[in-house]
Each structure stands twice: as C-alpha cells, then as structure tokens.
Design a protein around this ligand. Structure first.
Ligand SMILES: Cc1cc2nc3c(=O)[nH]c(=O)nc-3n(C[C@H](O)[C@H](O)[C@H](O)COP(=O)(O)OP(=O)(O)OC[C@H]3O[C@@H](n4cnc5c(N)ncnc54)[C@H](O)[C@@H]3O)c2cc1C
Length: 481
C-alpha cells in the first residue's frame, strides 16, 4: 500500500489491538504473526524498515557453532529447527551454504569433526547435509587460494543457512499487509499516553513531513532492538533487564572461494569468517562491546586492520584497503543482567517482558529465531487482550514473492517504490538492491540516477533532490574503507 494511503487508514482506524514499535526482524516478524492471528495491528519504524541491525547481520540462518562451544544446547537446537522452517517458507530468499574449517593438526580435525557432527545431530531430521571429513586437496578446492600451511591436516565441512536480511523484512511487511496489518516506515513513536495506568495512545511523528498525531491502541510491543531499555526509561517504565550493544563489523571483497571459511579460534582467540554472498565475500570477526548506541555505527581502522591481517594469514594472495568493496557494522542487542559481562559470554537468548500496563517488550535474540520470538510475543499480547492464545500459524505460512520485479531497470525501480515502501535514495541502494553493502563506490555512482528517478515519482523540487543526494553521499562515506 502507498504510504499516504496507509497514513489515511491509520488515522481512520478507531483503535488498534496492537501497535508494534520497531521495524527490524523482531518487530516485522511480530507484525506478520499478529496479522495472521487476526489482530488489528500497526507497525511503525522510525527510519526505513531494517535500517538498523537487521540489515547489517552476517546473513546466516544458523544454530551457531560458537553457542554450541558455550554449551547453549537449547538455543542451538531451537535455531537449527528454525533454520529448516525458514528454508521451507522462504526458499527464494534463503539457501544452504557449505562452511569449511581448515585444520593444521589431526587433533584439531577430530575435535571440530566431533563438534560439528554433534551440531548436525542436534538438527535431528532437519539436517542440511552430513559433516564432511576433508583432505587438504578438497579444502583447497573449496577455499581457492588458502595457504597450505593452514590446512596441513585437511579440514571439516558442514552446512548452515544463508539469506538476504533486508529482503526478508520487506517480504514480511508485504505479507503482514496482505493479511490486514498496516506498516509505516519513517514514523517514530515519540511518547505513550496512559489512562488508569494502562496504555491508551501512542504519539507518532512522521519523520518525512514533521507531522505528529496520536493513535489509540490497547497494547504496544516494544521491538526497538538496542534501544528497547531506553524506550522504556523514556516512558518511565521499569525493566528487569538492560540491553548491551555488541558491535560486529564486516569487510566485503571480491574473492573466488566456493565455500565459506570459518576459523572458530584465531591465534588471539577471536573468530574469523569469509562467507560468499551475492557473488562477493563478506569477512568478519567476533563482536566487541560498545557503549554508544547508534543507527549507523562505523567500522574502525583497527577492526579493518584486524580482519585484513587475519585474512592474509590464511590466504596466499594478500589483500589491503584498496581491495575492499564495502564495510559495514551492526549493533547486536544483548539482554544483560549485569553490565560488566563480556558480550561473547552473554547468551543470545531473547526475553519477552510483560510490563503489565499494555506494554510488552521483546529483547535480544537473533535473526534466525525471529519467527519464534514473534509467536511468543504475540502470545503475550493475546494473553493481555484476554484472547485465546493462537497456534503457531507462521510456521507453515509460505512467504512467497508477491510482486515480481520487471526486467527493465527503470521499471524495476518504479516497482520497488510502488511495492517495497521506498522513500529515499538510501532505501533503494542500501536495503532494496543491496548495492551499498556489496560495492559502496558503485552505489555512490548510481545514487544520482536513482535520486532522479525518485524525484520524478515523488515530484521532488531541485532543492529536495540536492538534499537527498547530499544525505546519501554523507552516509555512503561510512561504507567506503
Ligand atoms: C554484526 C551482526 C551480525 C549478525 N549476524 C547474524 C546472523 O548471521 N544470523 C542471525 O541469526 N542473527 C545475526 N545477528 C543478530 C540479528 O541481526 C539481530 O538479533 C536482529 O537483527 C535484531 O533485530 P531487532 O528487530 O530486534 O532490532 P533492529 O533491527 O535494530 O530493529 C529495531 C528498530 O526499532 C526502531 N526504533 C527504535 N526506536 C523507535 C521508535 N521510538 N519509534 C519507531 N521505531 C523505533 C529502529 O530504528 C530499528 O530499526 C547479527 C547481529 C549483528 C550486530
């Protein structure tokens, strides 16, 4: 639905059952779940859908080999089950991916083989393929250019899932709408009004026009990711938990690897991965705790140096800054009981907290289990609304493509604007076409053409066009190394 039409519809609706605040994986999953369960639901996102953490993930649908090492067996099993569900309900946005761990000694090879055999066993009948015992020749054929010294004992291969994160958010939004829900990007929830200690209205601000308006609702789902605790504090609501942000950074390069490289422990104990994605390769390492919560966190020179130098320890052909196509960082929302815990030790488990005043918060978790988080959050909402708790309806709901894009590029963008909630140049190049994540300099080159197309569609003035392009050019700098 066009944004203006949605706004009219929102203002016409007397009262919503539920307003979801936050259009990332947690919020958008809940919007689909609520609409499938027949609730009158509106989702609002302060910027573009998936603009924050949910477009900056490593794009894995996985149980998490690292969490297995931390013996978080329940979390791994649950996520592995979900991996199968997502591959089944969204086959065009997900696929399986072979990962290879190269090993230098037979002891390490046995250790990883056993661990990954267990990982595969935990998926029960949702296995994506057996764990492989690989010779060094096989490892080299999967990971072209890998130094022989790094795989003297061969390696171990295993399968996990991969996906396009922001594309899945848009698909969820389209299906939420198809089932009667409303979704609005660039709409910020600024405050909450209470009546008799229960939620009565949410005050919304249209970030594109500056207009503010109030909308009546029985319930609110706080799905604001790293800002979940700040949002509660701003509205004078106590929470038992705090959110710690943990920053993960990625470097994107061209490379010829056929499988993903996973090094669970580099010499200094951190992870190194190199994962093929949309014909490029994403490099990354372990998250680090950060204090500042920001929508567009930047990679630091230290992080780039760490990733490049460790990549160079593994591959014959060294890479440097000039080989980097793009860089991006995201902040993981971790639910923390204590402020001084190391982020890698804090569990990736999600929590759903009912504040007993019509506000429910969903915090933490990970992309892979967004559907379970959604089902449980909406279960809490149904409980609060004194409705019967519905079955898990999204488990078998096919997220099929509703709006096939046309071949012609100009037309295709017209389609993006019409069907995928595009409002700004960055929406197209970051989260619809993904160009900025794959090749930031190329995205910069395309920005002017995209802005011209949007200007025609939205009847932008010359000044608005210039501002839009300037904003884009400022943002893209963070993605160029
Ligand atoms: C580097 C990195 C790699 C990751 N890789 C993986 C992976 O490979 N696989 C996996 O399963 N998980 C992964 N994760 C975890 C996963 O990405 C996150 O758990 C998930 O995206 C969090 O989604 P969210 O909806 O809770 O938060 P977000 O995506 O941050 O969404 C919250 C939204 O709320 C909005 N908001 C905040 N306040 C307001 C307001 N007042 N009004 C309106 N809107 C508001 C924000 O703008 C934001 O868009 C990764 C995380 C990181 C950081």
């Amino acid at each position: 639905m066009a944004r203006a039409q949605t706004i009219t519809q929102v203002k016409k609706t007397g009262e919503f059952d539920l307003i979801i605040i936050g259009g990332g994986a947690s919020g958008m999953g809940a919007a689909l779940d609520a609409s499938l369960k027949g609730l009158k639901v509106l989702l609002v996102e302060g910027s573009d859908f998936a603009k924050s953490t949910s477009s900056k993930s490593t794009k894995l649908i996985h149980g998490g080999v690292r969490y297995l090492a931390q013996l978080d067996i329940g979390l791994v099993k649950e996520a592995l089950k979900e991996r199968e569900v997502l591959l089944n309900i969204a086959p065009d946005l997900t696929h399986k991916q072979l990962f290879v761990i190269p090993t230098k000694t037979i002891f390490k090879k046995l250790y990883y083989f056993f661990g990954l055999w267990l990982y595969d066993r935990l998926s029960q009948n949702a296995s994506l393929g057996k764990t492989k015992w690989l010779s060094s020749t096989q490892v080299s054929s999967f990971l072209g250019g890998l130094k022989h010294s790094q795989c003297k004992a061969g390696g171990v291969g295993y399968y996990d899932g991969q996906f396009d994160d922001s594309a899945l958010i848009i698909r969820l939004a389209q299906h939420a709408e198809k089932n009667g829900g409303l979704v609005l990007n660039y709409t910020r929830a600024t405050s909450i009004d209470f009546k008799d200690n229960k939620v009565s209205h949410v005050c919304l601000k249209d970030e594109l026009t500056g207009e503010s308006y109030r909308v009546k609702t029985k319930c609110i789902l706080n799905a604001t990711g790293i800002w979940a605790d700040d949002f509660l504090t701003q509205n004078n609501i106590n929470s038992k938990k705090t959110i710690r942000a943990s920053k993960g950074s990625h470097v994107v390069i061209n490379s010829a690897i056929k499988a993903a490289l996973m090094v669970p422990k580099t010499q200094d104990g951190r992870v190194l991965f190199a994962i093929p994605w949309k014909k490029k390769t994403i490099l990354g390492t372990t998250d680090i705790p950060v204090d500042k919560k920001e929508l567009e966190p930047c990679i630091t020179t230290n992080e780039i140096d760490f990733i490049l130098s460790h990549y160079n320890e593994y591959f014959n052909q060294s890479i440097s800054n000039k080989d980097i196509l793009s860089v991006f960082s995201g902040l993981r929302p971790l639910v923390s009981p204590r402020r001084n815990k190391k982020t890698k030790k804090i569990s990736r488990k999600h929590i759903i907290e009912n504040h007993n005043n019509g506000i429910i918060s969903v915090m933490g978790g990970k992309w892979t289990i967004f559907r379970i988080m959604a089902h449980q959050s909406i279960g809490e909402v149904e409980k609060y609304l004194k409705k019967t708790i519905s079955k898990d309806l999204s488990k078998r709901y096919k997220l099929e493509e509703l709006y096939p894009p046309k071949k012609n590029k100009t037309d295709n963008i017209n389609n993006l604007v019409k069907y995928s909630y595009v409002q700004k140049t960055e929406d197209v190049l970051f989260r619809r076409l993904r160009t900025a994540f794959l090749d930031a300099k190329n995205a910069k080159k395309e920005a002017s053409e995209i802005t011209d197309i949007l200007a025609k569609i939205f009847s932008w003035s010359e000044t608005k066009k210039e501002t839009e392009l300037l904003e884009f050019n400022t943002l893209i700098k963070n993605y160029i190394a």
